[in-house]
Design a protein around this ligand. Structure first.
Ligand code: PLP
Length: 375
């Protein structure tokens, strides 16, 4: 039990501070709140995180994925290779454009899409590969890009959890045909709600700008069929404040994770594994609890009892969710994803956010190391 003066440590702590509030109010007072100069400035600022690629802001990470797939002309008859160990939005975007999702397994260490599984899943209908940089840990983009380049496939990086993660010095979102980011409040930075698409291709960027705004560059001169997925200037103003703090927050997350990994010694707990050359930005600090779902769930109950917030991302792999499972069952399609199933039964994420104090970190370590004795 936490002592009377010790509050539970939350699993995540979104920041809406005075600066964010002032930025939002400043825009509200101008009376011009729809997409405008703040959005343009946010796009320009964010572009520095993705090696200067074009950036297009939208109203969510899901919209970012959806529009990027549309801009790449992916639709009915196409297949997109997606890891099942992700948030449903990754696969939903594929289904929303009418393409088919082909689920593949993950690597045990990184929790990211397995390049060998990607290669084995390619068919004549494959149009794109969607690596998800899960938890903020970059996928094996060197291998994925080599596979995609050989077959001339598009690569849609789902970097919704991975702002400023990198592999061998290249930031995520700067490898593929395009990358997508989420600014949902619990992400490493937020804009209340929001998303960003990065792409190296000016023509794709222009198409994305049209698609988010009913197909219009000039008002009422619609060029293509588009949606309204614009970001507001209020959201962008908040996003700009957060963007300025992202670097410091990320360094603190990395330091918090290093402390946890150096001090967690429970024998049945596996701390995150980071590949050589990878910059993991710890959107989540996710451990495995050995012993299956029962042991993991018991561990979560003990952590909660000790006042340590915790959560499972994600308890049900996407292929087992109803909108995917039912049609696959009907079609007699069974995905063989043993590492995905195992991860879903073993993972639990611990607090790693930049608001943690040294005392919080010590409490987390003590609670995790006590698990060994009790499971
Ligand atoms: C991996 C992944 N993809 C896509 C999304 C969708 O982002 P949003 O919630 O901003 O629509 C999220 C965010 O929750 C995510 O974690």
């Amino acid at each position: 039990m936490p002592s009377i003066n010790e509050q539970p440590i939350p699993a995540a702590r979104p920041v809406i501070g005075e600066e964010e509030i002032e930025a939002a109010v400043r825009v509200l007072r101008t009376g011009r709140v729809v997409q405008g100069p703040e959005v343009a400035a946010f796009e320009e600022g964010f572009s520095e995180l993705v090696d200067g690629r074009h950036c297009v802001a939208v109203n969510s990470g899901t919209s970012a994925l959806h529009l990027l797939l549309m801009a790449l002309n992916i639709g009915p008859g196409d297949e997109v290779i997606v890891p099942s160990f992700s948030f449903a939005a990754s696969a939903n975007a594929v289904r929303l454009v009418g393409a088919d999702v082909v689920f593949v397994d993950i690597e045990a260490d990184s929790f990211n899409i397995d390049p060998a599984a990607v290669e084995a899943a390619i068919t004549p209908r494959t149009a794109a590969i969607m690596p998800v940089h899960i938890y903020g840990n970059p996928a094996a983009m060197d291998k994925i890009m080599a596979i995609a380049d050989k077959r001339k496939l598009a690569v849609v990086e789902d970097a919704c959890q991975a702002h400023a993660a990198a592999l061998n010095g290249t930031p995520v979102g700067a490898f593929g045909s395009g990358g997508t980011f989420s600014f949902y409040p619990t992400k490493n930075m937020h804009s209340l709600e929001g998303g960003m698409i990065s792409t190296a291709d000016a023509e794709t960027a222009r198409t994305l700008r049209l698609l988010r705004n009913q197909g219009m560059e000039q008002r009422y001169a619609n060029e293509i069929v588009g949606a309204n997925m614009r970001m507001t200037d209020v959201a962008a103003a908040v996003g700009r404040v957060q963007l300025a703090k992202l670097h410091g927050w990320t360094e603190t997350r990395i330091a918090n994770a290093a402390y946890l990994s150096a001090n967690i010694t429970a024998p049945n707990v596996v701390t995150p594994v980071v590949a050589e050359g990878a910059r993991h930005i710890y959107h989540q600090y996710t451990i495995r609890v050995k012993g299956g779902e029962g042991a993991r769930d018991a561990a979560m109950a003990q952590l909660t009892e000790a006042g340590v917030g915790n959560a499972v991302y994600y308890p049900t792999p996407i292929h087992r969710l109803k909108p995917y499972w039912e049609p696959d069952q009907k079609a007699g399609r069974n995905w063989d994803l043993p590492e995905t199933e195992k991860a879903a039964a073993e993972v639990v994420s611990l607090p790693v956010h930049p608001s943690l104090t040294q005392n919080d970190l010590e409490r987390i370590v003590t609670a995790v190391n006590a698990l060994g004795e009790n499971l």
